[in-house]
Ligand binder design. Sequence first.
Ligand code: FDA
Length: 503
Amino acid sequence: DAVDNAPAIVVGSGYGAAVAALRLGQAGIRTLVLEMGRLWNTPGSDGKVFCSTSAPDQRSMWFRTRTEAPLASFLWLDVVNRDIGRYPGVLDRVHFADMSVFVGRGVGGGSLVNGGMAVTPLRSYFAEQFPTVDAAEMYGTYFPRARAMLGVNNVDPAWFEASDWYRFTRVSRKHAQNAGLRTTFVPSVYDFGYMQREAAGTAAKSALAGEVIYGNNQGKRSLDKTYLSSALGTGNVTIHTLEKVRAISRAADGTYVLTADRIDATGNVVETKEYGCTYLFLGGGSLGTSELLVRARETGTLPALDARVGAGWGTNGNVMLGRANHLWDTVGANQSTMPVMGIDDWANTANPVFAEIAPLPTGLEHWVSLYLAITKNPQRAAFTYDRASGTVKLGWSAAQSAVSVGMAKKLFDRINAANATMYRYDLFGGSNKVFADDFTYHPLGGCVLGQATDDHGRVKGYPRLYVTDGSLVPGSIGVNPFVTITALAERTMARVLAEDTAP
Ligand code: FDA
């Protein structure tokens, strides 16, 4: 028998899930959120909720014995990663055959570990990716709503120009301009007022202390401080942590039944629960939601799911790379972890790239300019179910990553030529790898809007089952994705609450 029944259940607590939870709670619908990660609100023995990036401990990564930071090495030495204890840490790196995917684990999902860049996509590219969505309504209503709710703000340009902490950004801007390229400020959910106090020495340092991928102890408006605290404030929303949903089926009366494993801090399953609900919202992210739905279709628990469930997955064209600067072009020992500028060459139709100017905060001068390039890679892959192992695989190949590298290389070859500089060969492991093309921060797709779902995220074939997260985005959005995911979820919830939940 199903226990703990709630009218609505939300799986996950990242962007899409948090929007669903808040809007359901405000509509007076009792809602249960199931999150596999922990709630990050309790200080450890060092007095801090999150561990530092320079001395990571068990809090850093999801059940690992060694950290797996995106930047594996420096001067070819494995100086970045550390042995740690197994624990439900905040950052996970999910490995598939030829691609690994970084995701956040905990109440707030990716918002706990991400770089805070809150970028609204170019309207023309949004319209290209979502031809059936009313772009005027998105840009008039849902993008502004998402930005306001997320607490998006901009760095003060005068402070930026004068700050030691953004010297690395100004150097990269100069090099881009030398190549005739355009740069643009990117907004953030990190509180720049707080950052200025960090710099002035009147507030505890977080972005200015290297904190980001293993969590920020201050300054960042992660979802637990925005959407999710408002959701709890409605009095209608409950969050269960350390509960991983593993199966979804439908009862004879059309309600949904979820099987969830509750784990302890060592990862052992201590209880398997069943939950029943009328409305089910999937917000486990591109990987989490795609896995649940592909498994449900292939094991026959939701057999009528569309054939396109699992398809349309991409990396948002992510490639990371470093350039070596001349000795006179110092990037500074002090670097803020929150990027505020991108090189915007998206309008170059022969080779569209948007490259974030990323920090490499080691506390000493290293003359490295680091970038996260977002390329318009048209390659897509699919999730499939492997019956023998009972696991979901991702069909992305190394050749598909090579397409992203080719595009990033064209842009950065131009920048290197204009500045007589070269790439760094020592950052991504022992084989002189210049382009880190084997991981992504931006998993997108797997349950694409208008294909596996209707135009509002209603899953085809199953009434009152919805997808609200990054799996709706068809593999690429041209900028960092969380503002788009949030705005699409706002649009879905407005429609669903108006049309589907009336008594
Ligand atoms: P999201 O991944 O946020 O949340 C899913 C949640 O569901 C997680 O908490 C997960 O634990 C949980 N879950 C999954 N399966 C489950 C199951 N079966 N049962 C229970 N719970 C389950 N984007 C951006 O716009 N600007 C930026 O600066 C950055 N920077 C960045 C840095 C790093 C290091 C990473 C890893 C990512 C970014 N991103 C980013 C990407 C951004 O964080 C990402 O696109 C969003 O978090 C995706 O939001 P979703 O709602 O799709 O899921």
